[in-house]
Design a protein around this ligand. Sequence first.
Ligand code: DX5
Ligand code: ZN
Length: 232
Amino acid sequence: MTAKTVLRLAPSILSADFSRLGEEVRAIEAAGCDLVHFDVMDNHYVPNLTIGPMICEAIRPHVQIPIDVHLMVEPVDAIIPLFAKAGANIITFHPEASRHVDRSLSMIRELGCKAGLVLNPATPIECLNHVMDKLDMILLMSVNPGFGGQKFIPSTLQKLALVRQKIDAHVGAGGQEIWLEVDGGVKVDNIGEIVRAGADTCVAGSAVFGAPDADGGYRGVMNALRHAAAPA
Ligand code: DX5
Ligand code: ZN
């Protein structure tokens, strides 16, 4: 993350109380988060099944902040327009899950949303090479996708630094801004090194929704994350 960038926090509602989802997203917005991270799993690309466009549409009126839809589905093209219509602002997908990555990225932008690619821990960063101009976000997975509450994979830090260099070179050459997001196992005790390695946007699921009320609940953990991420 460069000095002028402000850290964006994106709580993943995967760890929210689904019986009170409207209330939960209002609470994280009130607690100062920047994006709602919305994990879509299809029991095909990943071994878990979560939420779809109907839920996105249902929560949309409850918050002003952007909804950051992370598609863990295969294929992606048919589902993209449904999320754009349901009020998604950012739509990211995994390159392995689309036969035609350039086409899927273009489709997202044509529908008025910001577009991004998600790289699994073992996905090489070279897959970004020919589509940098089509990206508004790059999301690096710091766990294997499918579940909340997993442990951060440390090699993500080196990968983050490499992607940060790639983005800075792209912007330096006159390219558009690209956000660099990290997803999986982000906590108060590791967000500092994650941000120093180059992330400007951090997803946090269990860290936010599991925050004890005694420590100030969602606002308390959001402040603790920002404080831990701030340069010394
Ligand atoms: C994993 C999801 C993540 C996850 C993050 O496949 O994409 O967004 O919910 O949860 P934590 O922060 O608990 O690792
Ligand atoms: Zn996610």
